[in-house]
Design a protein around this ligand. Structure first.
Ligand code: MIC
Ligand code: SF4
Length: 644
């Protein structure tokens, strides 16, 4: 990683450890962000640390995921978040102000700084040269308390961009191309750094689309250089003062290099049910669609939505297609309203939704039974849309707009000349929906509604575990499988006892009940277990049900850290042992504490089948201490007491 931007930012923020790939380091975090679906837990955990004020340079609390308010629960969460923000010195971006990643890019992100966010798409801010990383809420709470953020040093994958995007080809096609090449686990343990002559041809919002969806590669983060285009963007946001030039050294060494010729790309589309199931749009054109949703933190910038509006101007959406647009931020919505593009969308028959995550996280707009939905989003995991039988496809906003007009998947190149939009020199800056920290914090009373329950704390792990394999699942299991979201469940994010009853319900409706009865159990998973969202509920809720360990061939980064934070043992098993183990098998795991202390493999006896196999705890020495302490909150408390 010598000479890379990633190395420079890591070095400048290094608190402990050395910069060799795979080693755990402690990083100083400059900024944090949270959103409402993960934020309530993060702030409850921050409160449990007993500090008066955050110790970061800047922390922002956004409300964007759950804005439906189908009952008092959300409204109470919003009140809690707003009062906690005021109490602890945090900026509060009110519901309606936009999706956290879009607003952060526009208003707060700063090149060369570190950002930790309790949302997996936090790397969006890498589009302007920030080292932005997604994590569980507890890690963000600890960063707000001034503690280091721990991560394994990633390898640096350098992506050299050459050529220039052709007509109708978008930034989303660049990342869909990478997903096709590398798969949803191709970026695990890596950070992606873009360089090359074509970087300058991409605007900051285009770069942010690419870094945003870099999350789907499993990458720790994705970063673009900070150049004159970044400076123009920051100037247009009236924030030029945060600009600093950032580029890799001429002799920079990447662990791996991949070249992408932008000029060779064509419009691409991810088919159900994985973002890496990518084919050229032309290959499946003619497939009828029932729904088109444009928006999300991936592709909802002013430029993209103006292009969509220009394409729809004077036309009507297909009568059998329900078309929605959710602008990424209030700034974008306001500017679309001001320049007439919003009127064009409305006239074309588009359903305009709130500036929020909306359909992306199943908050409304569930497709019809077996319906085909085309979305400019980043994830099409099974059931995430709210309809189990839906077929969700992912593509760029122009591909979505083309289908909105024709009623079928359409290669936009068949539509002739693309619309050219003229972007204004300046964005309309109005931060009135962002409440800054108050100077009278001590007078603020934090409001807890009845649905906000305390965060359960873990117990230190026993030396001997006897547990049944409650569930065996395959490869690439997502946190949407483990802890589903959507309109019914997001209101329960502040209530672990209630939400835990829904763990794995899309896979096995009996899971929660079966897990809770004995009070201990293990899960067996394949490759890349826990990919996707950063939601710590996918660890916290199983821990609440009594899950003690997950045995998997490999783990996704954020989920592995969340398991450790809540005291669940992540154990690596070989492919053969994975195959051999069955659901319902009784396992005996002995000498756990000694093995963890000594950093040794842990032997597991399969009592049902009568054989023994070795597992490797996937833990750094610090993480072993955390598991021994019964989770990160206990570990930090012990550490703070020890420091006194
Ligand atoms: C997602 O896109 O899955 C989410 C919803 O934004 C999650 C966070 C959450 O589950 O609250 C993420 O990406 O981390
Ligand atoms: Fe929101 Fe979807 Fe982005 Fe997650 S991926 S932050 S749900 S818009």
């Amino acid at each position: 990683m010598y000479g890379t931007i990633i190395e420079a930012i890591l070095r400048e923020h290094l608190v402990s450890g050395t910069l060799s790939p795979g080693e755990e380091i402690g990083l100083q975090i400059d900024q944090t962000l949270t959103q409402d679906a993960t934020g309530t837990m993060a702030y409850l955990q921050f409160e449990a640390l007993g500090l008066d004020r955050v110790r970061t340079e800047l922390s922002v609390s956004y409300v964007d995921h759950n804005t439906l308010q189908t009952g008092f629960e959300n409204a109470d969460d919003h009140r809690y978040l707003q009062t906690a923000a005021a109490r602890y010195g945090i900026y509060f971006s009110r519901p309606g102000n936009g999706i956290c990643h879009q607003v952060h890019l526009e208003r707060f992100a700063a090149p060369g700084k570190t950002l930790l966010g309790s949302d997996s798409h936090t790397p969006t801010a890498g589009g302007l040269g920030m080292m932005a990383i997604g994590a569980g809420g507890l890690d963000v709470a600890l960063a707000m308390a001034g503690e280091s953020f721990y991560l394994r040093v990633p390898q640096v994958l350098g992506v050299c961009l050459t050529g220039e995007l052709r007509d109708w080809v978008s930034a989303q096609d660049v990342i869909l191309h990478l997903l096709q090449a590398l798969s949803v686990s191709g970026g695990v343990g890596k950070a992606v750094e873009y360089f090359g002559p074509a970087v300058a041809s991409l605007s900051v919002p285009q770069r942010a689309t690419i870094t945003n969806m870099g999350t789907e590669l499993g990458a720790t983060t994705s970063v673009f250089p900070c150049d004159q285009r970044t400076r123009e963007f920051l100037r247009a946001q009236q924030r030029e003062e945060v600009w600093v030039p950032l580029a890799a050294a001429a002799d920079a060494e990447y662990d791996e290099v991949l070249e992408v010729d932008l000029g060779a790309l064509e419009p691409l589309i991810a088919q159900p049910h994985s973002p890496d199931n990518v084919v050229p749009v032309a290959d499946i054109s003619g497939q009828k669609v029932d729904q088109v949703c444009i928006g999300s933190c991936t592709s909802s910038s002013l430029e993209e939505l103006m292009t969509v509006a220009a394409l729809l101007r004077g036309n009507k959406v297909h009568p059998e297609v329900s078309v929605t647009v959710s602008p990424g931020s209030r700034q974008t919505l306001q500017m679309l309203a001001g320049n007439g593009a919003l009127a064009d969308l409305i006239a074309a028959g588009v359903r305009i939704l709130e500036t929020a995550c909306g359909p992306c996280i199943g908050m409304g707009q569930a497709p019809p039974t077996s319906g085909v939905s085309l979305r400019s989003f980043n994830r099409n995991f099974p059931g995430r849309s709210g309809t189990a039988s839906a077929q969700v496809y992912l593509a760029s906003p122009v591909v979505c707009a083309a289908a909105a007009l024709t009623g079928q998947i359409t290669d936009p190149r068949t539509l002739g000349e693309p619309p050219r939009v003229q972007l204004p020199e300046c964005f309309e800056v109005d931060d009135s929906m962002i409440v800054p920290p108050t100077t009278k914090a001590e007078e603020v009373e934090v409001g807890y509604g009845p649905n906000i329950k305390p965060v359960p704390t873990g117990e230190s792990i026993a030396d001997e575990l006897e547990a049944e394999v409650l569930l065996k699942v395959g490869d690439n299991i997502t946190t949407d499988h483990i802890m589903p979201a959507g309109a019914k469940l997001l209101p329960l994010r502040s209530n672990i006892p209630a939400i835990s009853q829904h763990v794995f319900e899309r896979v096995d409706t009996t899971f929660a009940q079966r897990a809770q009865a004995p009070g201990s159990g293990v899960i067996v998973g394949g490759d890349n277990y826990g990919q996707g969202s950063s939601r710590e509920h996918a660890a916290l809720a199983p821990a609440y049900l009594g899950i003690k360990a997950v045995l998997a061939i490999s783990f996704a980064r954020i989920h592995q850290a969340n398991l450790v934070n809540f005291g669940i043992l992540p154990l690596i098993v070989s492919e053969g042992d994975y195959q051999r183990c069955h659901q319902g098998d009784e396992l005996k795991i002995e000498g756990v504490r000694t093995a963890l202390t000594e950093g040794r493999p842990i032997l597991v006896r399969n009592m049902t089948q009568g054989y023994e196999f070795a597992t490797i705890p996937q833990l750094t020495p610090r993480q072993a201490e955390v598991i021994l302490a019964g989770g990160a909150l206990n570990w930090v408390r012990e550490k703070l007491v020890g420091d006194d």
